[in-house]
Design a binder for this molecule. Structure first.
Ligand code: FE
Length: 341
């Protein structure tokens, strides 16, 4: 027990230490996703299968912990957000392939690793949050519109080095090539109203305050702001903007995933596979996507009414494995253009 608690502190924010024993009816999960997002779904899974899920919640350090634990890791599966984090785990050799007809049927190929090293479970679009009046209809149809001279001094964004912006830039690389992507990043920087700072919501606050007219943000943050009872001022921020879905050429809007994977040294492999399959099933998909105003990855699963109210869009067809491949180049470009400087 002491050891578990110690480990817990090393990992970060811990709620439930593992029982520490292996059992045929257990699966151990490391999660970057917060309890309110997944507790209900996991309960459902346990009810349906009799498999108990032990979760360690964390905000950072998953890769380092899995590396340090090596073969002795208790973790059978991981839950995390953003393709960059999933692919970093894959690149570090910390994941193993899962072959499952169910997962392949439920998850379109562009949202899972070609060899089953990771699987997307929910989708989030990286959109433009535009002031309702100051940005006119039709002004933003493409991500490239944001670098046009008319947006000079009107754009806000978080750091160019944040995973969300790096994944978007990786998608731009796939569409426009490295030179084109460099020009885009340079042009975006040239149009910034201020140096990148804060998170996606901070930018919407800045729009509300008149510091800028448009920002880049992940779609679910609009839902987080619209329904924020704890910080009701965020409802006003949300109310000052509308969500636009810029396209990347003819490809549609850049989307990212939250996802899951089986760890390389999973002991409860069968249970972990069952858990992944369950998370891709219609019932879990609906619950999971709704909790955080995301889009289900499984085609045909209904969107929540709030998400629907933001309008429909064409998600980019770029394979997320390709985005992962361009990430280093994207990081380099952000350095070259000194995006945050
Ligand atoms: Fe986020």
């Amino acid at each position: 027990m002491t050891r578990n608690i110690l480990k817990s502190f090393i990992f970060g924010v811990i709620l439930i230490p593992f029982a520490g024993t292996l059992s045929a009816k257990e699966v151990n999960l490391y999660s970057y996703r917060q309890p309110f997002l997944i507790n209900q779904i996991l309960k459902h899974f346990t009810k349906q299968t009799g498999i108990k899920v032990n979760v360690v919640y964390a905000k950072k350090g998953m890769l380092e912990r899995l590396k340090a634990e090596g073969r002795n890791t208790p973790a059978d599966a991981v839950l995390t957000v953003d393709i960059s984090r999933l692919s970093a785990l894959a690149d570090a050799g910390l994941l193993q392939s899962v072959t499952s007809a169910k997962l392949e049927e439920n998850i379109p190929p562009q949202y899972r690793h070609p060899d089953g090293l990771w699987f997307g479970l929910t989708l989030r679009a990286r959109v433009a949050f535009a002031h309702k009046e100051r940005v006119k209809d039709g002004e933003i149809k493409q991500y490239t519109d944001l670098i046009k001279p008319r947006f000079k001094g009107r754009v806000c964004t978080r750091s160019g080095k944040h995973a969300y912006n790096l994944s978007l830039l990786a998608a731009v690389i796939e569409e426009m090539g490295e030179k084109g992507a460099e020009n885009w990043a340079r042009g975006l920087k040239a149009n910034l109203a201020r140096r990148p700072k804060g998170n996606d919501r901070t930018q919407v606050k800045a729009i509300k305050e008149g510091l800028c007219d448009v920002s880049l943000g992940n779609s679910y943050y609009l839902g987080n702001m619209e329904t924020n009872e704890k910080n009701p001022e965020q409802k006003e921020w949300a109310n000052s903007i509308r969500l636009l879905f810029p396209k990347l050429g003819g490809r549609g809007t850049h989307v990212n995933i939250s996802g899951a994977a089986m760890t390389k040294y999973a002991k409860n492999k069968l249970n972990a596979k069952k858990l992944l399959e369950f998370l891709s099933s219609s019932v879990a998909q609906k619950m999971y996507a709704e909790q955080n105003f995301e889009y289900p990855v499984k085609p045909g699963v209904a969107w929540s009414s709030r998400v629907k109210s933001w309008g429909t869009f064409l998600p980019s067809d770029v394979n997320l494995a390709t985005i992962a491949k361009h990430r280093l180049k994207a990081t380099k470009i952000m350095d070259i253009v000194n995006f945050d400087g």
